[in-house]
Design a protein around this ligand. Structure first.
Ligand SMILES: O=C(O)CCC(=O)C(=O)O
Ligand SMILES: [Fe+2]
Length: 446
């Protein structure tokens, strides 16, 4: 037995993992709007109006004819490929509908209670109308993820009109699980015309199965957070003024973590706990970024943490633990990992005879703290540290989807092209037991 065994037992890890729980990454429901009118006008033709609660076949055919084939995002461009997506679309300039999802109390309530979690529940949100789509017989949209339009975009909302249709179910897949939202069936079960809707997080893969009869007409919206993270705003306020959340998941995680911190057998000498992020956050290293200028992807992700990722971060911060998002770079020479506070574009670097990427990261990260990375409040941005993967106690495994392959050219006795793989994770530092009993509030760490 190594002397480190028992610092954190598998039961400790299980307890923490269970306390975070798992929720589906979507919510759905039906609503009754004021009306079902749709106005549209394309190609300089007269404007048309249809009531989509009682549209005739002819109305729908005319609407379908006014639409153009729907494109989709692939490798940063909009492409038309009917083997991947077959549907019609109208752009927002060409139609108007008398429906405003965020004026709809029921919908907002479901969104807040079943999709947004923890501190996100009360954040201001914005729904931006994106397209009208029409899926006639034979239309479909193969599996994809929606293109994030901005850092604060957290999801998509699809609203389906009650025009009868069969097929055209939306299938969602996330972390090995699968869900189905069959708007045709849901709407057929209602005893009056309604809209059915589904909202899901941006990193959830989804597809629309083939429509076999009728027309499936949808409005799609991009969903954004419009205010700063309240937890961010709270930082710096005395601990006593932090609101105590009533979210059941937060209180469970808080209770479990507190109990463990009070347990002398839990990491008696302190240590580092790691969590794989459950949701995906955009990582952007701009091509024109100057060599070795940090990308700020981590600080952007930090402001927009979702679901259980936000729960862990908020509770750890509330308990004065040192918690942060870090980028782990695996060293190519040994078991060690380099923990950085951001992704670091590394287009070129000199490879000395005994150099390796990890040492280089330490060097440039270290030099950056002195020169370029003094933040507004005097906090140093990039502080690299060397750990080994196994000294971090993983409560949930590191997930692949917050990683980034950065190609670099190394100059040694020959040019080589390498790839550096960085992965964003949530790290909590736990102090030794004797210090946890008298937390050093001034330093803000246990
Ligand atoms: O129509 C739907 O249910 C989904 C449409 C979609 O995935 C998209 O527009 O990106
Ligand atoms: Fe989509």
């Amino acid at each position: 037995m190594s002397p480190h065994d028992g610092l954190i037992s598998s039961e400790h890890i299980e307890t923490l993992r269970d306390a975070i729980g798992d929720r589906p990454p979507y919510c759905s429901g039906v609503v009754t709007p004021n009306d079902f009118q749709l106005y549209y006008a394309t190609d300089g033709k007269d404007a048309q109006r249809i009531d989509l609660s009682k549209a005739t076949d002819n109305d729908l055919k005319e609407l379908a004819q006014a639409c153009t084939p729907a494109t989709f995002g692939r490798n940063n461009e909009d492409v038309l490929d009917e083997s991947y997506r077959k549907a019609g679309k109208l752009d927002t300039a060409d139609f108007a509908a008398n429906f405003y999802p965020l004026n709809c109390e029921d919908l907002v309530c479901v969104l807040r209670e079943h999709l947004l979690e923890g501190h996100d529940t009360n954040r201001s949100i914005k729904a931006e109308l994106y397209k009208l789509n029409i899926y006639g017989p034979g239309s479909f949209f193969k599996a994809h993820k929606d293109t994030p339009r901005a850092e604060n975009m957290f999801g998509s909302l699809v609203v389906v009109y009650p025009t009868p249709h069969e097929g055209g179910a939306l299938i969602l897949r996330h972390r090995g699980k699968k869900w189905e939202f069959d708007s045709g069936k849901i709407l057929a079960m209602q005893n009056e015309p309604r809209l059915s809707y589904i909202a899901f997080y941006a990193d959830v893969e989804h597809e629309v199965t083939t429509v076999t009869s009728g027309h499936r007409i949808t409005l799609t919206y991009n969903l954004y957070f419009t205010d700063p993270d309240p937890a961010e705003e709270m930082r710096g306020l005395p601990a006593i003024r932090r609101p105590i959340s009533t979210d059941p998941r937060e209180s469970e995680f808080r209770d479990v973590l507190k109990r463990l911190l009070d347990d002398p057998n839990f990491m008696p000498d302190g240590g580092t706990i790691g969590f794989g992020l459950k949701y995906q956050y955009p990582v952007k290293l701009e091509e024109n970024n100057r060599l070795n200028v940090p990308s700020n992807s981590v600080s952007r992700a930090r402001r927009c943490l979702k679901g259980s990722d936000a729960v862990i971060m908020n509770i750890a911060t509330e308990l004065s633990l040192k918690a942060s998002l870090q980028v782990l770079y695996a060293n190519d020479r040994d078991e060690s990992v380099i923990m950085m506070e951001d992704f670091l574009p590394l287009s070129e670097y000199p490879l000395g005879t005994d150099g390796d990427v990890a040492s280089h990261l330490i060097d440039i990260g270290g030099s950056m703290t002195n020169e370029k990375c003094l933040l507004r409040e005097g906090r140093l941005e990039l502080r690299p540290s060397r750990e080994t993967y196994s000294t971090i106690k993983w409560v949930t495994d590191m997930t692949e989807f917050n990683g980034f392959h950065d190609p670099y050219v190394a100059y040694g006795n020959q040019h080589t092209l390498g790839f550096l793989y960085g992965n964003m994770v949530l790290i909590i530092h736990v102090g030794p037991y004797r210090r946890r009993r008298w937390p050093n509030r001034e330093k803000g760490t246990w």
